[in-house]
Design a protein around this ligand. Structure first.
Ligand SMILES: Cc1cc2nc3c(=O)[nH]c(=O)nc-3n(C[C@H](O)[C@H](O)[C@H](O)COP(=O)(O)OP(=O)(O)OC[C@H]3O[C@@H](n4cnc5c(N)ncnc54)[C@H](O)[C@@H]3O)c2cc1C
Length: 435
């Protein structure tokens, strides 16, 4: 089968090696990752997705779907890269508190649509992450401590299977595939749309407060006190920032799903710490979740590594908050717990660890990359057993494996399903279940 057959099989734009726009189209969000692919298809609709699957099977290729490529690992040789951005339909049913969104929809647009009805989805920190990519990997939300993993809020997936057939998958229609799609990653089907629950958000309070690094100890103590006593509606993150050409800063970011007065009260201890440099705390709309930490929305050469932390004791605080971290640019601790530690309905595992730890850096020149990797490795080694070795799927980075996400029972179950439903390996997730 020739590439011309692919062009004539789909309505969407097809880019092949040698085409002028091919390299731009295959480039993921993390510019440090090279994605060698056989073709890129900007699909127009579910029929296009089915046609790509049919073509790939006939040509002995695989298919990898990426709305934005935030989670790209580079493991894409001989794959057709499906870009889903044109599938951007959003339907909100306020009476049933449900949303149904296409596979190319980003959280920012969904949150804006839900907020009009005083509702929120289980969105994370970035408005430019897709609902489908995030949810297939579990999805760690600002509201996860209250409502659990985003994957657990799913009611139905519209899919294309490995034979190119379209289906609506629910817990009743196909329990095993539904279970796998709820957090098991993108190795089992092409998702064309997802339907999920929304939650009441009549009021929301949050923001970021920053101090000079000299206040690190006071801020750490307040962070631990607040997180130890936080209700499930409150989630608090600690950020150490060491940006080039800027004085070092320690900051707290928080979101409270409830009345602003109560949210302010839960964080009042922070007001007693002198030297506040910035304080963005205010009443927020669910559409403004991304404003809390204002993460970059443009591609860059990321060198992020995430681990789960079992304890923030004095030794961990010394390693993470006081010792030099150069050339890292930041350390972030996200509070977990609450419903995130409870059993789930799908493959997304619960995590009992109290904090997610991110070691943040950027850079692409070989010396910087080597220095960053060495520092991340050293910090993790110094933390010893305080790092659990497990992590949510959505925070995996190149070189990580699904064995860090799932226990062996879940992994075996996912692998059996992969072999049964996709025996020819048509679907290629960013972190394949069989590796
Ligand atoms: C700035 C930033 C902030 C983030 N914050 C959070 C956060 O708060 N919580 C959190 O959990 N994660 C977070 N993430 C991680 C993010 O959830 C993952 O990168 C995830 O992969 C979604 O990114 P994406 O939409 O670009 O998906 P992509 O990287 O494009 O896709 C990821 C994978 O999902 C699968 N997939 C995607 N679409 C389909 C489809 N239609 N059919 C089948 N499989 C599909 C594929 O296997 C694909 O490789 C963040 C990432 C960034 C860059």
């Amino acid at each position: 089968m020739s590439h011309n057959t692919l062009r004539s099989a789909v309505r969407g734009r097809v880019l092949l090696p040698g085409d002028e726009a091919f390299d731009t189209a295959r480039t993921p969000w993390n510019l440090n990752i090279d994605q060698p692919v056989a073709a890129v298809v900007h699909v127009e609709d579910a029929e296009d997705m089915a046609a790509v699957v049919g073509y790939a099977r006939g040509a002995g290729l695989s298919v990898t779907a990426q709305p934005n490529g935030h989670g790209a690992s580079g493991d894409t040789a001989s794959a057709i890269l499906v870009r889903t951005r044109r599938l951007d339909r959003i339907e909100v049913d306020p009476a049933r508190r449900r949303a149904r969104v296409g596979a190319g929809t980003n959280w920012g647009h969904v949150q804006a649509a839900a907020a009009r009805h005083g509702l929120t989805g289980l969105a994370g920190s970035s408005p430019v992450v897709s609902v489908v990519g995030y949810t297939l990997g579990g999805g760690l939300s600002w509201f996860g401590r209250k409502y659990g993993w985003a994957a657990d809020s799913v009611r139905a997936f519209d899919i294309v299977d490995a034979d190119g057939r379209q289906a609506r998958v629910t817990a009743e229609s196909d329990p095993e595939l539904f279970w796998a799609l709820c957090g098991g990653g993108g190795d089992f089907a092409l998702v064309t749309a997802v339907e999920f629950d929304l939650f009441a958000a009549p009021a929301l309070f949050g923001g970021l407060i920053a101090w000079p690094a000299a206040q690190t100890e006071a801020v750490r103590a307040a962070f631990q006190d607040i997180t130890d006593h936080a209700p499930a509606e409150l989630t608090v993150w600690l950020n150490r920032l060491e940006l080039p050409q800027a004085p070092p800063v320690i900051a707290i970011a928080a979101a409270y799903l409830g009345e602003p007065v109560r949210g302010r009260d839960l964080l009042r201890r922070l007001d007693t710490i002198d030297g506040i440099l910035a304080d963005t705390r205010r009443e927020l709309s669910p559409a403004e979740l991304g404003a809390i930490v204002n993460e970059p929305t443009a591609p860059g050469p990321g060198l992020l590594r995430t681990e789960l932390l079992t304890a923030l004791d004095e030794t961990a605080a010394d390693i993470l908050l006081h010792a030099p971290i150069d050339p890292l640019m930041g350390i972030q601790l996200r509070q977990l717990g609450g419903a995130l530690a409870e059993p789930t309905r799908g493959a997304a595992p619960p995590f009992a660890e109290p904090y997610a730890l991110s070691l943040q850096a950027t850079g692409s020149d070989p010396d910087t990359v080597a220095a960053v990797l060495a520092t991340q490795k050293r910090i993790i080694a110094d933390l010893g057993a305080r790092v659990s070795g497990r992590k949510p799927y959505t925070v995996l980075s190149a070189g990580d494996s699904v064995a860090e996400v799932f226990d062996t029972g879940t992994l075996d179950r996912l692998r059996k399903l992969k072999q049964a439903r996709d025996p020819h390996g048509v679907f290629r997730a960013n972190f394949p279940i069989l590796h």
